[in-house]
Design a binder for this molecule. Structure first.
Ligand SMILES: [Cu+2]
Length: 75
C-alpha cells in the first residue's frame, strides 16, 4: 500500500485526552493508517493512503472536533 505522512499543527488542545480524542477520530477516518497526536508538541503526525483519504479530510475531521489544524510543510 502506498502511503504518505503529513504533520499538522493542532491548536486548541489543552490536555492529554485532547490528543487521545484526536487520535481516535482520525483512526475512524477511512484511509488513515497511523496517527500520533502529541499535546506536548502540539502536532499530529498522520499517515494516510492517498487513494482513500486526503489531507483536507483530515483537516475537516480535526476541525469538526473543535480544534484548529494546519498542515506543516514537509521537512
Ligand atoms: Cu483536553
Amino acid at each position: 500500500m502506498n502511503t504518505t505522512t503529513h504533520t499538522f499543527r493542532v491548536t486548541g488542545m489543552h490536555c492529554g485526552s485532547c490528543a487521545v480524542l484526536i487520535d481516535d477520530i482520525l483512526t475512524d477516518l477511512d484511509g488513515v493508517v497511523f496517527t500520533q497526536t502529541s499535546m506536548k508538541s502540539g502536532c499530529a503526525v498522520v499517515r494516510i493512503d492517498p487513494d482513500r483519504c486526503t489531507t483536507s479530510e483530515v483537516l475537516a475531521t480535526i476541525a469538526r472536533a473543535g480544534y484548529r489544524a494546519e498542515e506543516l510543510a514537509p521537512t
